[in-house]
Design a protein around this ligand. Structure first.
Ligand SMILES: Nc1nc2c(ncn2[C@@H]2O[C@H](COP(=O)(O)OP(=O)(O)O)[C@@H](O)[C@H]2O)c(=O)[nH]1
Ligand SMILES: [Mg+2]
Length: 312
């Protein structure tokens, strides 16, 4: 396909159009992904999550610039389920994007969730692959850690960083436990604020109680992202985690699991769509529902019948 050839030849426009095709499920999206797939698997993927307003976008911007200093190209996929109508956040992202876009070695893409998170993790994963095929060395996915879907998105990363800030009330408790567990590293941003030491101790205690990270102790870094302070140490920590994953052979395992999860999601999606169209949205099914309601038949054998027919 022409668009794929152009993308592989570093056309930013082609990359942008390909992501749009995936995002909007255009007819050629699957074909694009099919042709791009052999060219993926080279980028290092970093997931950044944390509560809204923690400074994830500010941090992402600074991390991207630090990676550029180190000679790496960077792709950014920003997902904010509270957008598109939260005004400030989007405007802020746009301004930062324009700033970053001036650099050829950086490509930023915001993905709106349009009210529903369904299929978003797949679309985000596809956007990552497109940037990977384009040739970005490092790809950062930024997402608000509010629900399972967002957690699923960052789980596709090689290294996951959880951003927290002091003064969130019952600090740690205010953040979903599930998010803390996925952190390969922690960044206390807004370290210019009071409560930074306390938060640091709380995270350390939580890590003590949750010895899930065998072989790797998640480091806790402090940053003032808005001033660009502490950024180098964060990149050093990410690189240390990457080296650990490579040396221990875990990077292979993570990527194998990622492919497994992706294919499982694709299969589930395909089967769900098929059942919805061919079974649920039919008059025949409506008639069955009426019969179940009047207790003429029961749902268990209905399900058996349908599954038998679908799997045939
Ligand atoms: N005081 C302080 N403010 C910060 C820091 N980092 C970011 N901010 C501000 O926090 C607000 C939210 O930042 P943003 O990056 O959009 O947060 P996100 O929602 O997590 O992406 C912005 O007004 C930033 O300027 C920091 O280290 N200290
Ligand atoms: Mg943001």
């Amino acid at each position: 396909m022409e668009i794929v050839d152009k993308l592989l030849n570093h056309s930013r426009l082609a990359l942008s159009k390909a992501i749009t095709a995936v995002e909007n499920e255009y007819d050629d999206a699957v074909k694009i992904m099919t042709e791009i797939y052999p060219h993926t698997g080279n980028a290092y993927v970093i997931g950044i999550t944390g509560p809204p307003g923690a400074g994830k976008s500010t941090l992402t911007d600074k991390l991207a610039k630090e990676y550029r200093k180190r000679g790496k190209t960077v792709g950014i996929v920003a997902i904010d389920p509270t957008s598109p109508y939260s005004g400030g956040a989007i405007l802020g992202d746009r301004i930062r994007m324009m700033d970053l876009m001036a650099d050829e070695g950086i490509f930023v893409r915001s993905m709106a969730t349009r009210g529903s998170l369904g299929g978003l993790s797949q679309k985000a994963g596809d956007a990552v692959k497109l940037m990977d095929a384009y040739g970005m060395d490092v790809i950062i996915i930024e997402t608000v850690g509010v629900g399972q879907s967002e957690v699923d998105i960052v789980k596709t990363a090689d290294t996951t960083m959880v951003v927290v800030i002091p003064g969130m009330g019952d600090d740690i408790q205010a953040i979903k436990a599930g998010i803390l567990e996925i952190g390969d590293l922690f960044t206390i941003n807004k370290a210019d604020r009071e409560g930074t030491d306390k938060l640091n101790i709380e995270i350390e205690m939580m890590l003590e109680l949750n010895p899930e990270h065998v072989g790797w102790r998640p480091p806790i870094n402090r940053t003032i992202a808005s001033k660009g302070e502490g950024i180098e140490a964060v990149v050093d920590s990410i690189e240390a985690h990457k080296a650990y994953l490579i040396d221990s052979g875990k990077l292979n395992d993570i990527r194998k699991k990622r492919i497994k999860n992706e294919v499982e999601a694709m299969l589930n999606d395909r089967v769900n769509r098929y059942i919805d169209k061919e079974v649920i949205q039919t008059q025949e099914f409506d008639d069955l529902v009426v019969k179940m309601q009047s207790r003429e038949i029961e749902p268990y054998s209905v399900v058996d019948d349908i599954v038998g027919k679908v799997l045939k």
